[in-house]
Design a protein around this ligand. Structure first.
Ligand SMILES: O=C(O)CCC(=O)C(=O)O
Ligand SMILES: [Fe+2]
Length: 280
């Protein structure tokens, strides 16, 4: 299979997992340490938040990029003209978070960041030596005490039939960051582009964790780890009436971390945010 499903507790989990990341840009983990009960609670609480008007009190800050991004202003993927059909909230530990939602979401942020550091150690260990020598510092060190890692709570609303023709929940894109950690969403739809340009569903049984490479790790590894295009397609029939919630954690190095000869985290991020139209 293009994307491998790996048992986190297996003896050779690290090697298998990193191989999948190299081959497809994606890897899926079962039996991982993130509690599903916590993820479920977050899905329920934030679904209620997106249904409420309270979200409008947390409109995002252009400068800091924390808070609520309404459907009217949410992203247009690079190279696309139609807006994605989604709304989302950017959680940073230093940013604004509704009081009643703070405890669970910050617990998740900390747990997932901790797991991410371990997964970056796996990536480092199974990078070929000529690739590993490109890393300006150990990969897990790049995210140590970083203020930049972003937890995005996404809500894809039920489809009404009035959507702009051709618009989908998340148009094909690559992630900007180092690595993304994504618990399987409560509804299907996530697809990844294969080398022959065809699209396949990412294995996303409820309870699994999906990990993918972002542009910054592609940049730091000289392309050894590919930042693969992925998208979220629109459901049809009964499924179209349902909301979909997802929770990607985008791991970002500290701003001054050197990714390559061309870029630091900061210079890379600014270039990409301008392209997305969310930063002037
Ligand atoms: O909602 C999903 O399953 C994926 C979202 C995603 O790819 C993104 O926000 O970058
Ligand atoms: Fe993505």
């Amino acid at each position: 299979m293009f994307v491998d499903v790996v048992n986190y507790e297996d003896e050779n989990a690290a090697e298998k997992f990193v191989k999948s990341l190299h081959n497809s840009g994606f890897g899926v983990l079962t039996h991982h340490p993130i509690k599903q009960s916590l993820v479920n609670r977050i899905y329920e609480q934030w679904y209620a938040f997106f249904q409420s008007q309270e979200k409008n009190d947390f409109a995002f800050s252009v400068e800091k990029q924390d808070g609520y991004f309404a459907p009217e202003i949410s992203e247009t993927a690079k190279g696309h003209t139609k807006k994605d059909i989604k709304e989302y909230y950017h959680v940073y530990p230093w940013g604004r978070i509704p009081d009643s939602l703070k405890d669970d979401i910050l617990e998740y942020y900390a747990l997932a960041s901790e797991l991410a550091a371990e997964l970056l150690d796996w990536v480092e260990k199974y990078s070929p030596p000529e690739i590993a020598q490109k890393y300006s510092e150990p990969l897990s060190n790049m995210i140590k005490d970083t203020p930049n890692t972003l937890l995005r709570v996404l809500h894809y609303p039920p489809l009404t039939g009035d959507e702009e023709p051709g618009a989908i929940r998340a148009a094909a894109h690559e992630d900007i960051n180092l690595l993304t950690i994504l618990p399987a969403a409560n509804e299907p739809g996530l697809q990844v582009q294969q080398k022959d340009d065809t699209w396949v569903d990412v294995p996303a049984d409820f309870g699994t964790l999906i990990i993918n490479i972002g542009d910054m790790l592609q940049e730091a590894s000289g392309g050894y780890f590919p930042s693969t295009s992925h998208r979220v397609i629109n459901p049809s029939g009964e499924e179209a009436m349902k909301s979909r919630i997802s929770l990607p954690l985008f791991l970002h190095p500290r701003s001054e971390v050197v990714l390559s000869e061309r870029h630091t985290q900061h210079s890379y991020l600014m270039e990409r945010l301008k392209e997305l139209g969310v930063k002037p």
